[in-house]
Design a protein around this ligand. Sequence first.
Ligand SMILES: Cc1cc2nc3c(=O)[nH]c(=O)nc-3n(C[C@H](O)[C@H](O)[C@H](O)COP(=O)(O)OP(=O)(O)OC[C@H]3O[C@@H](n4cnc5c(N)ncnc54)[C@H](O)[C@@H]3O)c2cc1C
Length: 353
Amino acid sequence: MPPHRATAPADTAVIGLTTALILARRGYRVHVVAKNLPEDDLDQDWSSPWAGANWCPFGAEERVCRWETESLARLRELIPMGLAMPLPVLRYAPTDAGLHKHWYENVVTNYRRLDPAECPNGGVGVAFESLSVNAPVYLKWIEAQCRALGVTIVRGDVAALADVVKPTTRVVVNATGLGSLTLTDVLDAAVEPIRGQIVLVRAPKVKRCVMDSSRAHIDPTRSTYIIPRPNSGGVTICGGCYEVGSWERAPDPALSRRILEECLAHVPELSADGTVEGMDVIRECVGFRPSRAGGPRLEREDRAVRGRRVAIVHAYGIGPAGFQASWGMAKDAADLVAGAVLDAEAAQLKARL
Ligand SMILES: Cc1cc2nc3c(=O)[nH]c(=O)nc-3n(C[C@H](O)[C@H](O)[C@H](O)COP(=O)(O)OP(=O)(O)OC[C@H]3O[C@@H](n4cnc5c(N)ncnc54)[C@H](O)[C@@H]3O)c2cc1C
């Protein structure tokens, strides 16, 4: 293995682990330090275990579209392993703007614009084929892939990125999500949570996904979605909400009731008898999407740490799209790492001449 050392300091979540895996596959030595490990699948301090996690774009920013296109191809490869499940999706929005210029029309299969009569609340909609991933199971799978390639993974609560720089470290990947708000040498004030409340329901008959934001023009926090989770014994995720800036950890019972009622109206198979009381509720949960005003941060920053030049590759702030953008974003992060390692080698060579 080449004598490179890329340290992903604080992330065993979807962005950091995917970056670690791509780097390890390219032959880099990778050491991961993170406060939360994939086994912490009920911990609200990180976002990844709470994800739906389906593939359904939330915007049309060019680089994110590229990340999502790349990731869909990679996630499709997981279907034969049972890590991802193909799903028909119905998506509703108040106006065409909520369908993001239909940029993914030719990325997914069987894309069809719905007739207005098929859409709720006077809105618009599309139907297409996508997929969902079982987030907690998938994280453990990527972790195992990383370890099999020699990636070392340790638990650690890091105060500053500089704390993880060892004498052999050339690059630090900062994929800390909301952690970038408080790391003392990052303190990115643009980072913000988007609170999501979900209710897990056992409903093995549900085999389709509905994403309904058709009331978002009245209440932007409002969104209803139903995402069956593969390889889970029939668990379906019922959501939800998008509460920007809220850190409220406790589920709101009134919101859970509203979520269940609206999900049931879309997918009657969620209940044994067609009522909310007939739904087999497993638990209510709250997670926080690691968002960033102005968009995700993916860039290299060169710094002097204890008198030595170290490259920091920032890869955080992906908000509601961390799984569906993971492989593309991680590949770009890995390319930045590779460039930084080459630059470090060139500088070393020059110093010797
Ligand atoms: C309810 C809900 C539904 C969602 N649904 C979807 C979906 O359907 N599709 C989709 O693509 N995405 C979805 N998401 C979003 C997705 O979960 C996130 O985009 C993704 O998990 C972000 O991953 P991340 O690696 O950037 O951050 P995180 O998962 O938050 O990971 C951050 C990592 O950094 C570590 N860390 C932070 N600070 C420190 C520190 N100081 N020291 C050490 N370690 C530190 C944490 O321990 C963790 O390992 C959903 C999210 C929620 C909450």
